[in-house]
Design a protein around this ligand. Structure first.
Ligand code: SF4
Length: 642
């Protein structure tokens, strides 16, 4: 019997020491597969249905192995939950003394150097001034420098970018505060630990050597485990590409101005050159429509006005580069700015090179800024090669990796065709716990009458469930319209994404007990509402990515050129994974019950609908909305009699 079999056995340490633990075959199977992957150093991909207990199934073998382990998650929330809840419980149960560490992205740590800089000039903004006073008070006592400790500060406080660093402005080893730097200390802890919990963004920053002082962690690791691995392909592409935003230029100009006002008071040319580059960048943004959008950057560069503005920007960055060069050596921050300008010039040159192949050039705008992107069409070759050399153990897990019955889509994206795969069904009794309804008589998804039909269905569902309902949308426009109209039709509180932070909205939802929550992207995943607080999820449409997305378009063109069908190879698998995520919000626990209503008749009228249905858990199925409503009423009745 292997160590892991013993741990997960009826009389094993986990049953003895973890309150509420009882062995589950699927969990043990996964733990054994992870143990084998660690021993034999082969990549392993596991889809573990909700409720399998995958966290312990990978953490236990990771703690038992006498090797350096990195566990990477998709979100900060899961990172914290793993580090502060699951790991301590498991270590205690196993009597493990393995050293663990939590490492977040640099934007989470106080930067002593930048905080020091903020004292040198008068601020006209009272709110900002107050926030800085709070931060200084806290800075006197914090041991970790983790900004998350300052709970009274809003997540999007304007002071945060002033007192945290970016890879651009960090001085690294040249920093006078280097020895006391919280980020440096957090990284040293991570280097010393046996098991480090990080997130996917950090992992790829490290792998792509995108951040000063990084690039040290991965070479040391023997075992790398990714949870929420379905997010990896998108995040990896981001890091293997390039981007440059007008915000970065504006931040640089602000930093130059701060330096000019506080330290280099004689260097007026410096300030003027930076200001000119900032204004040209701001004018570039104005050439695009005011509302945020995404578009094809290659096509935008064919416009005369854009081409002229880009050449002005290139020239102004050249001037700024030359002016900073004149003052090199006078100040460490200025030397760092020289590096930043050099890098921006290189990036800009890459982003306007329309001859390159194998990449997509695209842009996106926010209210105030423009971001130019270069994204590789595939990272499979690079990532696959990285996984294979040098040999170490890799585990990729998530509740949503398979499309239909296979892993090919995920494997193809990451170049993991040789990896071992394992699929573990959820232990939940879906046929009895949940019902899937695709209502009859739905208009076509893009028909004018669809919104009023959605409204009608939403009203019936909310009344039957008395709130406790998520209405998930694929577009903000549909969300806004239904939210507005639903308000006049139901008495329940309506909570709408975007009105406040995701966390605050969820807290309010749980507090109200009869609320309806309307959300798009952010609520389709990473939300865990258990029990009778959520008994109904309605989805407005199959979540195909917008065909206007320039990156998707470029991938589809490339796929077509290689003789494949992009709809089957890219769009369907992507939408299946997204739908599985959305549907996964409903049943989170063995005692949960509920109804999933998907208002898209393509699930039954199109051939590909079968792939979507086969990818969902085995709920009982109906086309009758009345039956779905009756199921909800039955849940309410049984609640009352309980
Ligand atoms: S090393 Fe970087 S993050 Fe640390 S204090 Fe200095 S500038 Fe800030």
């Amino acid at each position: 019997m292997s160590k892991i079999s013993k741990l997960f056995a009826e009389d094993g340490l986990l049953t003895q020491n973890l309150p509420g633990f009882s062995p589950r075959q699927a969990q043990t199977d996964m733990a054994l597969a992870v143990e084998a992957s660690i021993d034999k150093k082969h990549p392993l991909i596991v889809e573990a249905g909700t409720g399998t207990g995958k966290t312990y199934a990978y953490l236990a073998p990771a703690l038992v192995a006498k090797q350096k382990v990195i566990v990477s998650t998709g979100t900060k929330n899961l990172q914290e939950q793993l580090f502060h809840r699951d790991l301590p419980r498991l270590r205690k149960a196993l009597g493990s003394f393995r050293k663990t560490a939590l490492l977040k992205g640099r934007a989470n740590y106080l930067c002593l150097h930048r905080l020091g800089q903020q004292g040198g000039h008068i601020m006209s903004d009272d709110q900002l001034q107050n926030e800085l006073v709070q931060i200084r008070d806290w800075a006197n006592s914090t041991k970790t420098g983790d900004m998350g400790e300052l709970t009274q500060l809003p997540e999007d406080a304007r002071s945060l970018p002033l007192v945290t660093s970016t890879a651009d402005n960090c001085l690294g080893k040249d920093c006078p505060d280097y020895e006391d730097c919280y980020l440096v200390k957090a990284r040293r802890n991570a280097m010393d630990a046996d098991l480090v919990v990080i997130n996917h963004h950090l992992f790829f920053a490290d792998m792509a050597l995108r951040d000063t002082g990084f690039g040290e962690l991965i070479p040391e690791a023997d075992v790398i485990i990714f949870d929420e691995a379905h997010q990896l392909p998108d995040i990896a592409c981001e890091y293997f590409g390039e981007n440059l935003s007008t915000r970065q230029l504006s931040d640089l100009a602000k930093d130059v101005e701060l330096l000019y006002r506080t330290v280099l008071k004689d260097a007026e040319q410096l300030h003027k050159a930076a200001e000119k580059a900032r204004m040209i960048a701001a004018d570039l943004r104005i050439l695009f429509p005011p509302n945020p959008q995404k578009g094809n950057w290659k096509e935008a560069l064919e416009r005369d006005d854009v081409a002229i503005q880009i050449s002005k920007l290139t020239e102004s960055l050249g001037v700024l580069y030359e002016v900073i060069k004149l003052h090199l050596g006078r100040d460490k921050d200025l030397d760092n700015m020289f590096e930043r300008v050099s890098e921006m010039r290189n990036k800009l040159a890459m982003l306007v090179d329309i001859q390159q192949t194998g990449v997509s050039l695209w842009y996106e705008t926010t209210q105030r800024h423009l971001v130019m992107h270069l994204t590789p069409l595939s990272i499979a070759g690079k990532f696959g090669a990285f996984v294979n050399s040098p040999q170490r153990s890799w585990v990729f897990t998530s509740a949503t990796l398979m499309v239909g019955k296979g892993f090919e889509h995920f494997q193809r994206q990451l170049g993991l065709m040789e990896a071992k795969t394992l699929s573990l069904d959820s232990p939940f009794d879906y046929p009895n716990q949940a019902m899937l309804c695709v209502p009859r008589f739905l208009p076509e998804p893009n028909a004018m009458t669809m919104r009023s039909k959605l409204l009608e269905i939403a009203e019936q569902l909310v009344r039957a469930s008395d709130g406790r309902c998520f209405l998930l949308f694929t577009s903000h426009a549909a969300l806004r319209e239904i939210a507005e109209k639903l308000e006049d039709r139901i008495p329940n509180p309506i909570l709408v994404q975007g009105s406040t932070s995701k966390r605050a909205l969820l807290d309010e939802y749980l507090k109200r007990k009869d609320a309806v929550l309307l959300g798009t992207g952010a609520f389709w995943e990473g939300v865990d509402v258990q029990g009778d607080d959520l008994i109904c999820v309605m989805i407005d449409k199959l979540p195909f990515a917008s065909p206007d997305d320039p990156l998707l378009q470029a991938r589809m063109d490339d796929c077509r050129e290689r003789g494949y069908n992009p709809f089957g190879l890219i769009q369907i698998p992507q939408a299946v994974i997204a739908l599985k995520q959305g549907a996964g919000r409903l049943i989170r626990d063995a005692g949960d019950r509920g109804v999933l209503v998907i208002c898209d008749n393509r699930l039954v009228t199109k051939d590909y609908g079968k792939t979507f249905v086969a990818s969902l858990p085995p709920m009982q199925k109906t086309r009758s909305l009345d039956k779905a409503v009756a199921f909800l009423k039955q849940i309410r009745l049984s609640e009352k009699s309980a």
